[in-house]
Design a protein around this ligand. Sequence first.
Ligand SMILES: Cc1cc2nc3c(=O)[nH]c(=O)nc-3n(C[C@H](O)[C@H](O)[C@H](O)COP(=O)(O)OP(=O)(O)OC[C@H]3O[C@@H](n4cnc5c(N)ncnc54)[C@H](O)[C@@H]3O)c2cc1C
Length: 387
Amino acid sequence: MPAKTQSTPTADAMADEVLIGRLRSYASDVLAPMAPEYEEDARFPDEVLRFLGKGGLMRLAYPPVTAAPDTSANPDASSMNFYESIEILSTGWTAVAESLHLQALATHGLAHHSGEDLRAELLEDMLSFQKIGGNCFSEPDAGSDLSSLTTQAIDRGDHFVLNGTKSWVGHAPVADLLNVYCRTGGQGIAGISCLLVDARTSGITIGAAEPKMGVKSLPTAQVRFVDVKVPANRLLGRKNRGMLIAAEVFHKGRLGLAACANGLAEAALNTAALYAKQREQFDRKIIEFQGISFMLADMSTQLAASKALTRHAIGETGSPGALLLASQAKLFATDMAMKVTTDAVQVLGAYGYTRANPVERFMREAKLLQIIEGTNQIHRATIASHL
Ligand SMILES: Cc1cc2nc3c(=O)[nH]c(=O)nc-3n(C[C@H](O)[C@H](O)[C@H](O)COP(=O)(O)OP(=O)(O)OC[C@H]3O[C@@H](n4cnc5c(N)ncnc54)[C@H](O)[C@@H]3O)c2cc1C
């Protein structure tokens, strides 16, 4: 095997740094001005995501050498940079950061738990956003309790026959590939498999995008499967062991969502601080009132603590305490984002309550982050179980 030169990782790391530096101006100069209109119209920013995919962002999550076997337990500098990218994008437009994050999660099973042929066929298109992916865990009657999911796949040897309904599938109306978690064995989590399904297969009906409170430009919809034939080579990992893949996806999902929350809170804090330095009442800038400046100081401190916890949790991936830390980071960051965005509305007063300023949208976006990737009640229960 030809020896890898020592300089390669350094060159890669430098390229990653340049990429991240450019992202900051992209987030503030391109994404932030686009976001209000796209969010208002619930328009999916296809062109933005394909641009980011072409630019190589997804490669931070899946550098060529790490596509299979699974190295998710061993993060390198590149994956730390991926989470940092999500945080930066979220300062400009949270839905774009979440879309990128969702695409990375939808690529995990393919990258680490599929056969070489399937990777050769699909991985490049997923990394460049030429194909769009989604994850189907939730069902109308199975939300927090995924062990009760009922979507079923019957094994017919060279193919599976899939029946059931999945809810709230992010990207569903625009998706090409769906990771469908379905029952192939008995009750509980030990009977669940993961199938990578072409979204346009006969028997699949994708509902209209749900009319959401926020993050509207990332469409979410119900997906129905009626006698859908899925080739046997689309089974990711082992039959009845799909929840092992899900566990890895959930771990990455929590870290990515914490990064989204940190970026969103940063945007809210910056908007509020700028406003407080300009707005005058009683012949003084409102930031000179301690009621406002202390609120901003607390927002800034909570954000700094959240970023530190998130980075620590990412760095500890693979260690025995990694799952606990990921839950803590998700819980802390998303509760922090809810508080910081709510306080940002308060700092802007009546102007914060109108659509003329982005802080009311930030507040609606923060609410979602407390619900997805495990509700914050479920994370509190998980953390308590470690005590
Ligand atoms: C915009 C959006 C995008 C989404 N994207 C996806 C996606 O791409 N793929 C996907 O599969 N799903 C997705 N979801 C679904 C999401 O993962 C679920 O909403 C979430 O898991 C919670 O399930 P539920 O809404 O059915 O709430 P439920 O589980 O019914 O919970 C309702 C309430 O009860 C609380 N609760 C439940 N159990 C407990 C407990 N044991 N202890 C304490 N409190 C509890 C919850 O915290 C919550 O407050 C998305 C949801 C939304 C809103």
